[in-house]
Design a protein around this ligand. Sequence first.
Ligand SMILES: Nc1ncnc2c1ncn2[C@@H]1O[C@H](COP(=O)(O)OP(=O)(O)OP(=O)(O)O)[C@@H](O)[C@H]1O
Ligand SMILES: [Mg+2]
Length: 385
Amino acid sequence: MLAEQAQSWPETNRRVLVVDDDRYFAESLSTLLKLEGYDIGIAHSALRARQIIEAFEAQVAILDFRLGSTVGVDLIRPLTERRPGLVCILLTAYEDVDTVVRALRCGAYDYIRKPVREEELFATLDRCFEKRRLVAAKEAAEEALREAKKMEAVAQIAGGVAHHFNNTLAAIHAGVELLLDDRLADSDRAAYAGNLLKAVMRAANINQNLLGFARRQALRPTEFDLNEFLTQLTIDLKAELGGSITVTLAVAAGLGSARLDRDQLGTAIRHLASNARDAMLQGGRLTIEADQAELAKDNPALADDMPPGRYVAIAVSDTGAGIPPDIKDRVFQPFFTSRGRAEAAGLGLSMVYGFVKQSGGDVSIESAVGKGTIVRLLLPQRLDD
Ligand SMILES: Nc1ncnc2c1ncn2[C@@H]1O[C@H](COP(=O)(O)OP(=O)(O)OP(=O)(O)O)[C@@H](O)[C@H]1O
Ligand SMILES: [Mg+2]
């Protein structure tokens, strides 16, 4: 990263590509610029400009408005595609509004009138290089910010792992010491061993969720009936969530089978249900909806890395407290939790995110404070091994 920054900012050599089919004009312009200390490349055609732009590493290109059968504006896009960040200026003898507007619309930074006046030329070039410097400085600052955010996220994960590892070690340490104590009554031994086992199970659970987030859980897709699966899960959730929460399942007609990791899908929905329960301490309604659809290439529901095809959509919604806007961006982060209690690791949504992504799907959240939250999972209907 440092090497890249040093290359792009600050710029020492000012490299300008002159593209003009009028050889005499191109030569005289180049001579003038060389005398001012610029490194100059010359192309007498659009084709030649495209060929040499990458190797010459120009920062600025001066393009003649008329270039044989093409016009200079049409060259801006192919040149900037080959060399992102290239600043283009148009040379024009026709200073009519249409020409200038068209040039600027096509991405030209500025234009210079022919015949060229030296002061205007140098002033325009100075502005071009200043713009490049500012853009490079902004990019460097943004990169530094991205890096800092990444480090912060890594620190949060490392801190979370250390915290829970420590808790588990402390529980095991205390438990083993007690078990080794001769004075311990035999009747208490089983209870202490049970607590020890609980601490180990809890640590294993945290580990499973972390592996899920890291997409390191092996997915074991099997074919199963979605309706049956969700019906059974709903029955279990009704029993687990208690009477103050109404659980409703709404399954679209004709919802067939799916080929996914059934157990992990169950764990993910349970995480969502447990979040819903925590958001509805005074009671409320938990709704699970499921549907399937054929999503075509341009469907906005498809994230960039998702191919078109058949998908299952599962939405889990609650009528609870909602997610405050200031924490909405962080809820998928491992170990992010707004709950004050020790059992909340802040790994539920992280597992959901990792599982859905690893399955080739996507997850989104819609929430309104005081009204409730909807978490939507979109999963490919048939996952290959
Ligand atoms: N349905 C919801 N309603 C309101 N807030 C929610 C909901 N789901 C998640 N959140 C917020 O997102 C945070 C992160 O959720 P996540 O499930 O990852 O962790 P957690 O529930 O705090 O702990 P864990 O799931 O590990 O027990 C929660 O602490 C809560 O602030
Ligand atoms: Mg949770």
